[in-house]
Write a protein that binds this ligand. Sequence first.
Ligand code: FAD
Length: 307
Amino acid sequence: MQKGSLAVLSKAASLGAGEVAGVIAGSGVEPLAAQAGAHGAATVYVADDPRLEAPLPQPRVDVLAQLVEEQGFETVLLAQSILASDVAAGLAARLEAGLNWQLTDIAADGDALVGKQSALGDSVVVDVGWRATPRIGLFRAGALDPVEQPAAGAVEHLEVQLREHSLAAEMVEQAHAEQTGPSIEDADVIVAGGRGLGEPEKFALVEELAKALGGAVAATRAVVDAGWYPYSAQVGQTGKSVSPTLYIACGISGAIQHKVGMQSSKTIVAINKDPNAPIFEFADLGVVGDLHTIVPKLTELVQARRA
Ligand SMILES: Cc1cc2nc3c(=O)[nH]c(=O)nc-3n(C[C@H](O)[C@H](O)[C@H](O)COP(=O)(O)OP(=O)(O)OC[C@H]3O[C@@H](n4cnc5c(N)ncnc54)[C@H](O)[C@@H]3O)c2cc1C
């Protein structure tokens, strides 16, 4: 299971707001049930069906809606991904349920649940709630860490019943970008490149440093829009939110729209030739200088230390 899903599951189990179940929907997914049990699921519902192999939302909406209607679950929590966002929206429409998204935390308050949501470009944290059940919550990527808490993890197989319209969409092709290291959602270390790299080929500098540190590569929207790096690596308001242990920003000015996606990183290191770049206002460590000199040297030092 994905780290984000396990994190949301263990958070739900820690609330003490009733029994928590995990749901696994896909094809050939039964072996994942044990992980859900180890992270707080008293029951693990497994919808294992070849029709769930493609990452399409509507069949998953059917599975979850059926569970909520038959078992009377009051709350459905998901970890954000492109697929989970589609599923959450579809489920909210199907169940006429309230959906709070971009949650960073959740707490029980008597019978109610109160979510924490960043607002106004992450400058404030607001409390959000639900007026009725079922409640649906979508957690921001990287907001929570999984915590092991063994529970019964009793597996229940679901008989998957799909609506006709849910099978109308078909996945005709799936291409995976080649990836050797961790994804930016899961990485402990992220090395990010911005327009200061000067040209797309210079992303090799960022990739080599990321490889030496066992981390992942991220990018700003400026370079993604310019076609220097894929959109899947974009961090920020219109990209992904990440919170690694270490975020190294190379040639990134630190615009607010980038900041909101990475400011919860534990340590931020910025390399920028402009001492007045906004990123230095929130970086933990700043290096003023030319990244083309500094980054290769840093990579060399990391490689030497690792050897
Ligand atoms: C609605 C909206 C949504 C947006 N969403 C996002 C988003 O999700 N993510 C995002 O990143 N942006 C987003 N943006 C864009 C954002 O406003 C900035 O334009 C963008 O983040 C800037 O990218 P950058 O830092 O790579 O480039 P720049 O702002 O051009 O900064 C480049 C930096 O590199 C430094 N530099 C140049 N040469 C060198 C060198 N040789 N060595 C070291 N440093 C050097 C410069 O001093 C400069 O600070 C959004 C904008 C809007 C309006």
